[in-house]
Design a protein around this ligand. Structure first.
Ligand SMILES: Nc1nc2c(ncn2[C@@H]2O[C@H](COP(=O)(O)OP(=O)(O)OP(=O)(O)O)[C@@H](O)[C@H]2O)c(=O)[nH]1
Ligand SMILES: [Mg+2]
Length: 236
């Protein structure tokens, strides 16, 4: 007997269950007035470095109350790095699971008073495939693409690029050295999801960070980005 249809059914149920939990998380975030931003990318694209800089600039420079959850298969290295920004951080260790899901996020938030936060960031496990089907209740999803990965990634991994509201090209300080073709990258991003906002940043030099932070503050002030549920429904 083939196991195909049964596997599909189980997967659909898992996604449906995740969607329900994500919906209730989103309601909770809204009620608490916290704006939630998630980050996805391939391993090593620069999520933690970008986030550390973002947290620090928002807290020290702008006086915003920020916090982060960070997913990783095995270590709590990233949480220790992010904590250097002087903000609350919690590690979610996923073991063999290659993405975060809404249940993990809900569990990690137990005991946190969300009402005292302005923005909560969630760094997903480094992976360009697994996280795409899992809504985490976020208002804004970023996909990061580092110049060292090659400009063809949006076209090779369209699903994850399609689920993200914003694309961030990282490590621009070394773009020239690796002969990164920014025009081809922008074209690929545009083809996957037209008219999406793209930032080009270097967390090392700070280039592009100010523009990103201004955009983020604007989105938060307007309470924008509540279209996530419909995006995930198409994929699930
Ligand atoms: N030159 C340069 N290197 C960077 C920049 N951002 C990150 N890196 C380097 O890229 C490597 C990976 O950065 P991380 O921030 O750990 O990447 P990550 O996406 O969080 O990695 P995972 O959590 O393992 O998926 C580190 O050696 C960083 O120092 C940047 O703006 N410029
Ligand atoms: Mg990381």
């Amino acid at each position: 007997m083939s196991t195909g249809p049964r596997l599909v059914e189980v997967r659909q149920n898992v996604l449906k269950q995740n969607d329900l939990l994500a919906r209730s998380l989103r309601r909770r975030f809204r009620a608490a007035g916290v704006y939630v931003v998630s980050l996805v990318s391939s391993p090593g694209a620069g999520k933690t470095t970008f986030l550390e800089k973002t947290l620090s600039l928002l807290r020290r420079g702008r006086g915003l109350r920020v916090a982060a959850l960070v997913g990783d298969l095995a270590t709590d290295n990233d949480a220790a790095r992010l904590a250097r920004a002087g903000v609350p951080v919690k590690q979610i260790t996923t073991g063999t699971v290659c993405h975060l899901d809404a249940e993990m996020v809900g569990r990690a938030l137990e005991g946190w008073d969300l009402a005292v936060l302005d923005i909560l960031f969630i760094e997903n496990v480094g992976n360009l495939v697994c996280p795409s089907s899992y809504d985490l209740g976020e208002s804004l999803r970023l996909v990061l693409l580092s110049v060292t990965e090659g400009e063809d990634k949006p076209l090779k991994y369209p699903t994850i690029f399609n689920t993200a509201d914003v694309a961030v090209i990282t490590k621009t300080d070394v773009a020239q050295a690796v002969e990164f073709d920014v025009t081809a990258a922008l074209d690929g991003i545009e083809r996957v999801r037209p008219a999406r906002r793209v930032f080009q940043v270097s967390a090392k030099t700070g280039e592009g960070m100010e523009e990103w932070l201004k955009f983020l503050e604007g989105m938060r002030d307007e309470g924008r980005g509540m279209k996530r549920e419909s995006t995930f429904a198409q994929i699930g």
